[in-house]
Design a protein around this ligand. Sequence first.
Ligand SMILES: C[S@@+](CC[C@H](N)C(=O)[O-])C[C@H]1O[C@@H](n2cnc3c(N)ncnc32)[C@H](O)[C@@H]1O
Length: 204
Amino acid sequence: MGDLATFGIEWMRSPLGVGAIAPSGPLLAALITQDAGSLLGPIIELGPGTGVFTRALLNNGVPEEQIAVVERGEAFLADLARHHPRLHAYHGDAANLAHMNLFGPGWAAMVVCGLPLLSMPPSKVYRILAGAFFHLSADAPFRLFTYAPGCPIPSAVLDRLGLGARKIGRTTFNLPPACVWELRRVTEPRTEKADTPPIEEITP
Ligand SMILES: C[S@@+](CC[C@H](N)C(=O)[O-])C[C@H]1O[C@@H](n2cnc3c(N)ncnc32)[C@H](O)[C@@H]1O
């Protein structure tokens, strides 16, 4: 099936779950996957959709078997697995990342995130990030894109996980224009104290 047909099927099934009006463009894909080929270790991609970022990772020289994709849309995942049979393809919710055995032992060198984080509650964003950093090596980046002007991760979530955020680029040649952000560990995750409000109470 063609990319747009698959995108249409998944969009009609869950417009909010897909969270975009079209697949990302090639310039955004190049921005979010830049330098991926020089990293040592496997790469995790969350929410690959039609595989725009997956193909950019492959074009960067990342071998298929060094990429694990986690995708909730069955049609998206089936198409990707058919075109790239050596990918590690997982069907499921990225919020369960901490419980997934993606590549066996060893740490991942980067996460490329295509998830619609802005339409998710902070508690879910927290679980996704905590799970992703569980798999990442100490100084490895988590890259994400957003159509919003600022970082889409609530500062309370960054704070609790000991993460710093930095914008690494923006492209107007995308529908809509988008920014790429990179998150990295800057301190130890905060130990929860008795008076810390539960993560469910964090507002976006
Ligand atoms: C905005 S689309 C991005 C697709 C692709 N990365 C791109 O940039 O064109 C979001 C993707 O995340 C997937 N998705 C949304 N929520 C998810 C979740 N909780 N776990 C895994 N995949 C999810 C959707 O099915 C969709 O493929």
